[in-house]
Structures are given as structure tokens and as C-alpha cells.
Ligand binder design. Structure first.
Ligand code: NI
Length: 203
């Protein structure tokens, strides 16, 4: 701190203090605006073309799901916690939606195509809502779908042991419109009741 001996140095110190404060506020607000802008434009870009194989072994594209609202979640069947919890919350949401659920198609897209075959997905999705569709494909198919939805995934660092590994992945649940456009998203931990409430605004 500068010793304040004279009124002039004190005045300069105060002026510096005020401008530093103003600059900090300006930067904070600017940063907030940038984040909001990025988030909005980022969300607008979520979704897009994909071509995958569903749990019955049929090749499907995003076009096959037009005219339905989509609840899209990426994960893997071997996931111990986050994926089953999210899929359970999606299932409960569908039950809470009642009749409106017929307009919604929940999708579970694997980020682990090496292990998650269509047959494995078929037995896995049977644990959740009857409308849930499991999707897999070649590693490139999955990479393209994940990239369209801005989903990060990777084999867990040092996780491979005797051929066993786990996957790190984003755990966002996207709610998409019948035109394939982004409507809103939920995070891991959003309650089924909250999802029902938000989705009902669109359904
Ligand atoms: Ni998971």
C-alpha cells in the first residue's frame, strides 16, 4: 500500500481505487454477458444429423424422430451410477407426463460402442421406460452424434484393467422439439417433477 502522506497522494490513491473497482465491475459484467451469449448460441447449435443403429438392430437417422419431442441422454450400459440414475429420472418423468408422454421419445445414445451392442442395449433399455430407444453404431457414428450434441466422452484415464474400463462423459439431458431444435436441457440430478414441469411448457 502507498503511504498516504499528502492530500494529493491520497486523492490519487482514491481515484486509482475507484477506477480499479469500476474496471472489475466492467470486466465481471462483460464476462457474464459473454457467458450468456455463448450459452445461448451454444444451445441453439445443439442437435443435428446423426445415423445410428437402434436396439432392435435397425439403422436410423435423426429424421426418423421428426415430429416427436426427444429427451436425449448419452451414456453407457456399464455406468455404475450416473447413467442409471438419469435414465430412472427420465422414466419417472415420462410416467408423470401421463398422456403427454406419447409425444416424447427418450433416447439413450451410447458413448461406448465397443461394448454396447444393439443386443446389449435391448436388454438394458428394458429396465427403463417402454418408449426408451437405445442407440449405438460404429465409433465414428457415435463420435458424430456426440459432436452434434456437444457431448464430451472418453475412456477414463488409467481405467483399463484386464480389459475393463469406464467412460467419462457429459451427463446432460437434452429436450428437443419435433423439428429437431433444442428446447431446454436438464442436468444430472434434476428431479423428475422439475423435468415434467419444464417439458409441460412445450407439450
Ligand atoms: Ni454414465
Amino acid at each position: 500500500m502507498i503511504p498516504m502522506k499528502t492530500p494529493l497522494s491520497r486523492a490519487i490513491a482514491i481515484a486509482l481505487f475507484i477506477s480499479a473497482g469500476a474496471l472489475a465491475i466492467f470486466l465481471a459484467v462483460g464476462n457474464d454477458i459473454n457467458q450468456t451469449k455463448n450459452r445461448t448460441s451454444g444451445e441453439a447449435l445443439v442437435g443435428g444429423a446423426f445415423e445410428l443403429t437402434d436396439h432392435t438392430g435397425r439403422r436410423v437417422t435423426d429424421q426418423d424422430f421428426r415430429n416427436q419431442y426427444l429427451l436425449v441422454f448419452f451414456g453407457f450400459t456399464n455406468c455404475p451410477d450416473v447413467c442409471p440414475t438419469s435414465l430412472q429420472a427420465m422414466t419417472e418423468t415420462m410416467e408423470l407426463l401421463g398422456e403427454k408422454a406419447t409425444k416424447v421419445r427418450p433416447l439413450f445414445i451410447t458413448v461406448d460402442p465397443e461394448r454396447d451392442t444393439a443386443a446389449l442395449l435391448a436388454s438394458y433399455v428394458a429396465n427403463f421406460h417402454e418408449r426408451l430407444v437405445g442407440l449405438t453404431g460404429s465409433p465414428d457414428d457415435v463420435k458424430a452424434a456426440a459432436s452434434a450434441y456437444r457431448i464430451y466422452y472418453a475412456k477414463s484415464e488409467g481405467g483399463e484393467l484386464n480389459g475393463e474400463y469406464t467412460m467419462d462423459h457429459s451427463s446432460i439431458i437434452y429436450f428437443m422439439g419435433p423439428d429437431g431444435k433444442f428446447l431446454t436441457h436438464f442436468t444430472h440430478g434434476t428431479s423428475a417433477e422439475k423435468m415434467r414441469e419444464e417439458m409441460s411448457k412445450f407439450l
